[in-house]
Design a protein around this ligand. Structure first.
Ligand code: 5GP
Ligand code: MN
Length: 339
């Protein structure tokens, strides 16, 4: 993987470009992809933004979100665009398997794959160019760095600013995680100077849920939360029947894992959801417990030090048992937590 700076001089020659991200994109995945879209568009590139799967409704306000293709919906456009692309930007993921059914098509594609990502252990061999920096708060911040680094600060318009802000604000937990460096604040100050209106973005992302989702959270917190005080850990395991009962859609479960993490003394919080085709897990930690390694070792996953996820083919009760065993195996580290 060659440094991403190598493509800076090539930006002004119009090409066929695909921008893609991980399955079930969150605000950073979608925000960074659309920010890059609004930037590259200004050079006359022919751009297709593709998501491997559908995404949460609360992302649909993002400028140009309606043009994003869902690879799982039946149309040939996304497949053709991947085959024809000169450049395939891969944002907010670093192993092709994170694009689910698209992974093979991305690998076969003749175009050059370009990585912009902040997760651990990138699959560098499959990218022609790229930047992987786990020190970065968000992929959105990296797209900002890309634009500034290429010498095009003047091209940052309102659409780009809104998409970048949505990505960085959500991936930093509203600027609370340690990844929130002074550069993050300087970037947001710059976006603000360029006219960013942040309040509406917070409303669009956080005050935009269905009543059913709210009642679902009530049910889950009351009936599905299990505490493991000796390990400073908490688990929420959600059967598929709960999702059906409350008409839960993509994105509705986002943020749920933060509730158990907010309980005094809890160092590790986990949510496992039976989505039918797989059991999807989310892990969050406080302090020195590394959930990236935890998710990799036990749940076919990965992510960041304090936020990671995974997926399993085993049944929900089996995954719960695996979690309990994993707690035992990490007893020393988890039980020794000092507050
Ligand atoms: P979430 O719990 O919000 O789904 O994911 C938390 C973090 O872990 C995100 O940065 C996400 O990209 C990463 N992540 C989630 N699921 C997986 C997975 O199955 N594999 C890997 N490698 N990373 C994941
Ligand atoms: Mn991210």
């Amino acid at each position: 993987m060659l440094p991403i700076e190598n493509i800076f001089p090539l930006l002004s020659q119009p090409r066929k470009v695909v921008i893609t991200t991980h399955q079930k994109p969150d605000a950073d995945a979608m925000g960074s992809s659309l920010a890059l879209y609004h930037f590259l568009k200004q050079f006359g590139h022919e751009i297709t933004v593709i998501s491997p799967t559908n995404w949460a409704n609360f992302l649909s306000w993002m400028p140009a979100a309606k043009q994003v293709l869902d690879y799982e919906s039946p149309n040939e456009k996304a497949r053709d665009a991947i085959k024809a692309a000169d450049w395939i930007f891969c944002l907010d993921f670093n192993t092709l398997s994170r694009t689910k059914n698209m992974a093979d098509k991305l690998l076969e594609a003749p175009g050059e794959r370009i990585l912009i990502d902040h997760h651990r252990e990138p699959q560098t061999a499959v990218f022609a160019y790229g930047i992987s920096d786990t020190g970065k708060s968000s992929t959105a911040e990296m797209v900002y760095d890309f634009i500034i680094g290429a010498g095009h600060a003047d091209k940052i318009n309102n659409e780009i600013a809104e998409c970048i802000y949505a990505g960085v604000m959500t991936d930093t937990g509203s600027f609370r995680f340690p990844s929130t460096t002074s550069s993050v604040h300087r970037m947001v100050a710059d976006l603000k100077d360029r006219g960013l209106q942040q309040s509406i973005i917070h409303e669009n992302l956080f005050d935009n849920h269905s009543e059913e989702r709210f009642r679902f959270f009530g049910h889950i917190l009351l009936n599905r939360l299990e505490m493991f005080y000796e390990f400073n850990a908490a688990l929420i395991a959600i059967p598929q029947a709960d999702l059906i009962k409350f008409n839960i859609r993509t994105g509705d479960t986002e943020g749920l894992v933060n509730f158990p993490l907010s309980i005094q003394g809890i160092k590790l919080a986990a949510v496992v959801i039976d989505r039918g085709e797989e059991r999807k897990s989310s892990f969050r930690s406080k302090g020195n417990f590394d959930v990236n390694s935890f998710a990799r070792k036990y749940f076919n996953g990965g992510g960041h030090f304090n936020a990671a996820g995974g997926q399993n083919k085993e049944t929900l009760p089996e995954v719960v048992d695996m979690f309990k065993k994993a707690l035992q195996e990490n007893r020393d580290q988890l039980s020794s937590y000092n507050f």
